[in-house]
Design a protein around this ligand. Structure first.
Ligand code: IMP
Length: 204
C-alpha cells in the first residue's frame, strides 16, 4: 500500500515543527489537523498514555475514512511521572490543578509536595507515546522516556510546562536550560518520534 500523507493529530505548532524535522527525509507530506481541515472534539479519557494516543489517532482515522481519504494518522500523548507521588501527574499532566492554571503554580505545588524529600527519592520522567493508525486499520505504538529528578525551584527560560523543575543529572542542568535542538534530540518525544520513523520506513 502506498501512503504518501501523514496527519499528526495536534494543534501544537512546536510539535509539528519537531515531527517535520525528524521525518523530513521520508518521502511523505506531513500535515497538521488544521492543514488537513479536521476539527474533531476528542475526549482523552484513557488511563494510560497508550490509550490516549490511540483514542486520538483512531478518532482522526475514522474521520478520514468517512471522507474517503488515505493517510497515516499519528497522535502523541505525554506527561510527567513523579515516583514519590505514585507517578502523578501522569496522564493528567496538562489537567493537573486545572487546564487553565499557570505552570508557575503547578510547578510550585509539585515542589511543595516534595518538601523534605531527599534527592534520591525525587526521581521522575517525561514519557511520550506515539500511536500510528494506517488506512487499512493497522496500529503501531512507540514509547520513550527521559529520566530526571524534580528540583527545588524553577530554573531556565526554554521549553514549556514542567521543564523548569525537571533536572537532568546526566546533563547537569534543568530541561528548561537546554537549547531547543538539544532538547528535541534527547527528549521523550524526540526519541518516540525517531522510533516511529523506523516503523514508517518499513511499513509505508
Ligand atoms: P500532551 O501530550 O500535549 O497532552 O501534553 C501533556 C502535558 O505533559 C503537557 O501539557 C505538559 O504539562 C506535560 N509535558 C509533556 N511533555 C513535556 C515536556 O517536554 N516538557 C514539559 N512538560 C511536558
Amino acid at each position: 500500500m502506498k501512503v504518501d500523507k501523514i496527519i499528526f493529530a495536534t494543534g501544537n505548532a512546536g510539535k509539528m515543527k519537531e515531527i517535520r524535522m525528524i521525518i523530513a527525509d521520508l518521502d511523505v507530506e506531513v500535515q497538521s489537523m488544521k492543514e488537513a481541515d479536521i476539527q474533531a472534539e476528542i475526549v482523552e479519557d484513557g488511563e494510560t498514555f497508550e490509550e490516549n494516543a490511540r483514542i486520538k489517532a483512531q478518532a482522526i482515522a475514522q474521520e478520514l475514512k468517512a471522507r474517503g481519504e488515505q493517510a497515516v494518522v499519528l497522535a502523541d500523548d505525554s506527561g510527567l511521572e513523579i515516583d514519590y507521588l505514585n507517578k502523578e501527574p501522569g496522564v493528567y499532566s496538562a489537567r493537573y490543578m486545572g487546564e487553565d492554571t499557570s505552570y508557575t503554580k503547578k510547578n510550585a505545588s509539585l515542589i511543595q509536595r516534595l518538601e523534605g524529600v531527599p534527592d534520591e527519592e525525587r526521581t521522575a520522567r517525561f514519557v511520550c507515546v506515539i500511536a500510528a493508525v494506517f488506512p487499512d486499520g493497522r496500529m503501531f505504538e512507540t514509547r520513550a522516556a527521559i529520566e530526571g529528578r524534580i528540583g527545588y525551584e524553577e530554573k531556565g527560560e526554554n521549553g514549556f510546562g514542567y521543564d523548569p523543575i525537571f533536572y537532568l543529572p546526566e546533563y547537569g542542568m534543568y530541561s528548561a536550560e537546554l537549547a531547543p535542538e538539544e532538547k528535541n534530540r534527547i527528549s521523550h518525544r524526540g526519541k518516540a518520534l525517531e522510533e516511529m520513523k523506523k516503523i514508517l520506513l518499513m511499513e509505508l
